[in-house]
Design a protein around this ligand. Structure first.
Ligand code: MF3
Ligand code: CO
Length: 252
């Protein structure tokens, strides 16, 4: 069931979104050589708590941390730990915050020090594919219009979109209807209506689209070992321009 949010609910979504975006920015600034992924997780946990919110991911289906930190060929759901970030890594940060009954959800991939030009291009194409999709995130279009725009842009640039994981509605639950795939296939073609809040989140591999889950039950990696990037914002559908509820900082 797709829920439409009232003005009051939208205001609460804005607050949750703002905290979530600030947590992403904080995590992104910490992406530097020598930092461990669990140091980022700890800082984000403290920040979210300091805002009177709770980390949406912590204990979600047993997930053990407040952020997902996915490095290089890890696509999503990397569990923070003792891993030390190194110059040249690309680091996907995914974070959610829950405040006054509503979730925000966002992600971005950050460079650790100097990275290869191909890695830079992957990050830029992934981010831009989100904004290509965003052009269709308004009343009058349908979910697959977003999906098509993301997929077309990614594939024109020689990369592939991950199929096994998709964007989603977000609100009182972190994952609500509708699904928002980054490719076109589904028989379902939900209409976009004002008051819908959705997370659009392209996951883009430099090589093939295939993925597999590590024995830890969470970490998703590219099947061919190629690099992967992720970019996500929670957005509000209106009758005009969509509103970014997890507004990125300049450079994100
Ligand atoms: N942020 C992810 C999403 O976009 C969900 C994270 S799964 C969790 O849907 F277990 F880490 F919470
Ligand atoms: Co999401």
């Amino acid at each position: 069931m797709i829920t439409l949010k009232s003005q009051q609910e939208i205001e609460l979504m804005r607050r949750a979104g703002k905290i979530t975006a600030a947590a992403r920015a904080l995590a992104g600034e910490m992406v530097t050589p020598g930092v461990t992924t669990q140091e980022i997780d700890k800082a984000v946990f403290r920040f979210i708590k300091s805002q009177g919110a709770t980390p949406s991911f912590l204990h979600y289906h047993g997930y053990p941390a407040s952020v997902c930190v996915s490095v290089n060929d890890e696509i999503i759901h990397g569990i923070p730990g003792k891993r030390v970030l190194r110059e040249g890594d690309i680091v996907s940060i995914d974070v959610g915050a829950f405040k006054d009954g509503f979730h925000g959800d966002c992600a971005a991939t950050f460079p650790c020090g100097r990275i290869s030009s191909e890695a830079q291009r992957l990050i830029a194409v992934t981010r831009q594919s989100f904004f290509e999709g965003l052009r269709f995130a308004r009343e009058g279009y349908r979910v697959p219009d977003i999906s098509r725009a993301v997929q077309t842009y990614v594939e024109q640039n020689g990369f592939s979109v991950v199929r096994e994981y998709v964007g989603h509605g977000v609100g009182r639950a972190m994952h609500e209807d509708p699904e928002v795939p980054n490719y076109v296939e589904s028989r379902q073609r939900p209409r976009l209506l004002r008051g819908m809040t959705i997370a659009v989140e392209p996951m883009v591999n430099a090589g093939g689209a295939g993925s597999y889950v590590l024995p830890d039950g969470w970490t998703v990696k590219t099947a061919d070992g190629s690099l992967s990037a992720h970019y996500e914002n929670t957005i509000l559908i209106t009758d005009g321009e969509p509103e970014l509820l997890t507004l990125p900082e300049p450079g994100e």
